[in-house]
Design a protein around this ligand. Sequence first.
Ligand code: NAP
Ligand code: SF4
Length: 685
Amino acid sequence: MLARMTSSDPRPGNTYPHLFTPLDLGFCTLPNRVLMGSMHTGLEDRARDFGKLAEYFAVRARGGVGLMVTGGFSPNVAGWLKPFSSRLSSHWQAAKHRRITEAVHAAGGRICLQILHAGRYGYHPFSVAPSAIKSPITPFTPRALSGRGVERTIRDFVRCATRARDAGYDGVEIMGSEGYLINQFLAERSNRRNDRWGGSAESRMRLPVQIVQRTREAVGRDFIIIYRLSMLDLVDRAQAWDEIVALAKHVEAAGATLINTGIGWHEARIPTIVTSVPRAAFAWVTRRMKQHVRIPLITTNRINMPEVAESVLARGDADMVSMARPFLADPDWVAKARGGRAALINPCIACNQACLDHVFENKRASCLMNPRACYETELVDTPLVAKKHFAVIGAGPAGLACATTLAQRGHRVTLYEKSSEIGGQFNLARRIPGKEEFNEPLRYWGNLLAETGVDVRLGTHAAAAMLRAQNYDATIVATGVTPRDPRIPGQGHPMVIGYRDAVMGIRPIGRRVAIIGAGGIGFDVAEFLTQPAPSPTTDIARWTREWGVDTSLAQRGGLDKPQVEESPREVWLLQRTAGRPGKRLNKTTGWVHRAALKAKGVHMLGGVTYREIDDAGLHVTIDGEARTLAVDNVIICAGQESNRALADELIAAGVTVHVIGGADVAAELDAKRAIRQATQLATGL
Ligand code: NAP
Ligand code: SF4
């Protein structure tokens, strides 16, 4: 059934009193406690994209966010993230930024430029660092900065801030966390200097303090300086908590307006923002800092919905919350929260698929849930010439995105779904421990269907003859996929279960299980089988223990020994392709899945030939050696094939048909492609 689900109290008015309390910074007042955190979009690197970037920010300013921060701009060439990436050092470059700041101010917003020197994370041969020590995540060994080089770098930071002010920005954020240059100076792991910029903790923190102090002197009092402070490095030979507190006090005294929280270096092996990290999992560390400084503190990481933000503020963990990806997903996040329409917020599910993964692939960022993000001037609705009536078949992500976009444009839409609930493959995903966020898109789409007046027919098989008889202007087929048949001898044995039946709990599963297929779904099923219920991913204390985060802050870097909860099952995750399973998982999340399953003792094997299934178990050959895995169950996760039968029948009957999502391309069954394709189609029909 189609429930009208709410994520929060939908009454208009002051549902989130802490979130909507203005924040007085002395020389300006922010209208609310929401910072749109820095997020590299790929539009920063070339001034010719600044028109698109300006609209991206202006849309979000119109959506009511209090303060925004751009993606990172380097203060000089050595600080580039990659060759010719975003940099602000000249008047000429500053003039180009006017387009962004004027668009934001015209929309009633405020914006800071983030100054980010990549240091040894620079993906180019000119990178510099405190010491010539290569990072584990880049191939280039940096050059150690000389003492004069450090002085020059400070001047470059100050010049960048001054240019930002010339360009009309309301302030800057000095990026001191996530393992970039400033953070590299702060930690022994990357700073082996014995001059005035290294050695003692006091010397290691001289660089950021000097940058803040001299920037304040240069920009005057009425300019926001946010310092992004690494409160938890999550790597070894890093800062001790008392050093971090001392730095915060120095940064405050040096003239920072706000301190933002940074969590984890990029090379850390503890996840900090992926979907399996509990919501607001790191707000506790900002709260520890609060007693030590007087300026407002911003907390961050995995805050995505207003009730989470409100409770963080109400508990007094921080004075502001920073969210970056949630504003890709919904530019009107603030306006909806303020206007009693939080149930219609398009959620960030922390999948990274269209944002961070794109950035790492040198592609423009966008959002799986909102493909218009960063395409505000391109993926636009064509004007409606005549209202039409469309049938959409299938209420998975593709069908839902298509139906709601068509209806928002003013078309009449009838949505058919043969099962009793909307969501398609997301209904499986949301049952996987660590993927609880996938409930939110269903809440969103359920409410949006009602809001836009889509006629939803659940539990209805849409037969070709019926559709033909209804004479729709066009039929959009989003019938999804069917599981691939791996054709293994003996696969009809009762011990064999399809992944859908396994995840939906339709069939009981024994203690020893083999999974055939190690794609995204094979990995999901392995997590499902190895996590004790309830999953620790909704419990911050259990999650931090499991990953080894030291919440007592007694250890340098905040690292502790992981205390992994034992898996209730022994699991084999298998693929035919040689090599370690999981190589094709997404860049920013795949390592988390692999590490989690490794910790649970899952046997991940490649180069497997499936010979037969019988009462003895699964007979395989691995590296030429015949083996029998004496398992209780075999779960098939061998990929998908398009479910095109209805489309083919309608096309043969001469009906106007558009095929989208997995029904169109199953090889890459993937919600990001499905939702983008559906939205693109619906904006043009
Ligand atoms: P998939 O990624 O294509 O993986 C299919 C798996 O089945 C592969 O390991 C493949 O490996 C194996 N396989 C293929 N044909 C087979 C056959 N005839 N017999 C036995 N094994 C066979 O498909 P999926 O796991 O169903 O995932 C589909 C999509 O869902 C993903 O591409 C992803 O976009 C999305 N998804 C992603 C995630 C995630 O990233 N966490 C989670 C869920 C879903 P071999 O050919 O080497 O045996
Ligand atoms: Fe959030 Fe995923 Fe969209 Fe990125 S792509 S903003 S993680 S929903």
